[in-house]
Design a protein around this ligand. Sequence first.
Ligand SMILES: [Ca+2]
Ligand SMILES: [Ca+2]
Length: 98
Amino acid sequence: MKGLDLIAVLMITGMLLPSGKAVACEGALPDDEEQEAFFAAIDTDHDGFIGVAELTEHYNSLGVQDAAALVAQTIKDADEDRNGKLSAAEFFNDMTRC
Ligand SMILES: [Ca+2]
Ligand SMILES: [Ca+2]
C-alpha cells in the first residue's frame, strides 16, 4: 500500500493505535510499546505473526465491507518473505510506508 491508497485504507478501517493516534506516514511512527500492544491485539493466538484469519477478524471487527479482499491486498503488499503471514516488522513497514 502506498500514498493515497494507504491513507484511504486507514480512513476506511479506522486503523488507530490504542492511544488514538492514526498509523500514518508523516513521521508519526508509534513507539515500540504501542506497536507491540497493537500487534498483540490482532495476533490473537500469540504466535508472533498475523495470519489471514487474524487479519480478517480484525477488519471484520472494524466493520470493513470486503474484509477478505482487503486482507488479500494487505498480505500481498506487506508479506516480504512470502510465508503467508505478517511479522511485526512486515506489518508496520507496510502501514508506515509512503
Ligand atoms: Ca497469530
Ligand atoms: Ca511474512
